[in-house]
Design a binder for this molecule. Structure first.
Ligand SMILES: Cc1ncc(C[n+]2csc(CCOP(=O)(O)OP(=O)(O)O)c2C)c(N)n1
Length: 232
């Protein structure tokens, strides 16, 4: 006969959410750093010395919309306007294509809602010959450029007869050699290795070409997207 179980009965606690659809949400639990307050380490900092940054929010714009603090890139206003335009274009493109997917005109779609800046900002810092190893939410790399027509991207999404990839890839898995845009692969995190290898080869050759690479937050570390670059 088994001895009597000494443990008390289990209890189940389901916490109340701080907000529900249609109700006012209480965000007071969020601890948001003031704009300009978070430190900016040097780019050769040891990873172990950056862990505090993973638990805070780098805010550059203050409540009046002014860029403040060590992360302010001091960017030229004309460049900022180009970046904003590219981000808005990406958001509008995504909204339209999502509707097309819901209408069953295309079989698959991936938005990058809320992370448009990652791809668009990268696109505006790259030079001819630089190489991107993108993931499936970085259409801004293409949409920020003037040499990739929207119609061509839409044909890829529709896998129609003007699809440059001739229907051999899933929608959103674009491939643009002329834009330094390596074919998107559905396999998560493979691009990281490819980008590092490409960057190392560029450095070994004594080249100046670089490769930005951000990987999906959940695919390797559970942290926000990272960037590798080999600009020397
Ligand atoms: C090597 C590999 N394993 C599993 C998958 C299946 N898969 C597709 S998307 C995904 C989740 C990706 O999450 P995250 O990296 O956070 O990006 P998100 O799409 O949520 O922005 C997984 C596991 C995959 N594509 N590749």
């Amino acid at each position: 006969m088994k001895p009597e179980n000494p443990h008390p009965p289990l209890r189940l606690h389901v916490p109340e959410p701080t907000g529900r659809p249609g109700c006012k949400t209480d965000f007071s639990y969020l601890r948001v750093a003031p704009a300009g307050a978070v430190r900016r380490p040097s780019i050769d900092v040891a990873p172990a010395d950056t862990s505090d940054l993973a638990y805070t929010l780098v805010r550059v714009l203050d409540d009046e919309g002014r860029a403040v603090g060590p992360w302010d890139p001091q960017a030229d206003p004309a460049l900022l306007v180009r970046g904003l335009r590219a981000m808005l274009k990406t958001r509008i493109f995504d909204a339209r294509m999502l509707i097309a997917q819901r209408q069953k005109k295309i079989s698959f779609y991936m938005q990058c809602l809320g992370e448009e800046a990652i791809a668009c900002a990268h696109a505006l810092t790259l030079h001819d010959g630089d190489m991107c190893f993108p993931t499936y939410r970085q259409q801004g790399l293409l949409l920020a450029r003037d040499d990739v027509p929207l119609a061509e991207m839409i044909c890829q999404l529709m896998s129609n007869e003007r699809d440059p990839l001739k229907g051999r890839q899933l929608p959103v898995m674009y491939s643009y050699k002329r834009a330094g845009f390596f074919t998107i692969s559905g396999n998560l995190a493979t691009q990281f290795i490819q980008a590092v290898g490409w960057g190392m080869a560029s450095a070994i050759k004594g080249d100046t070409k670089m490769t930005p690479r951000s990987h999906r937050p959940g695919s390797a570390t559970g942290r926000p997207p990272k960037r590798t670059s080999t600009r020397r």
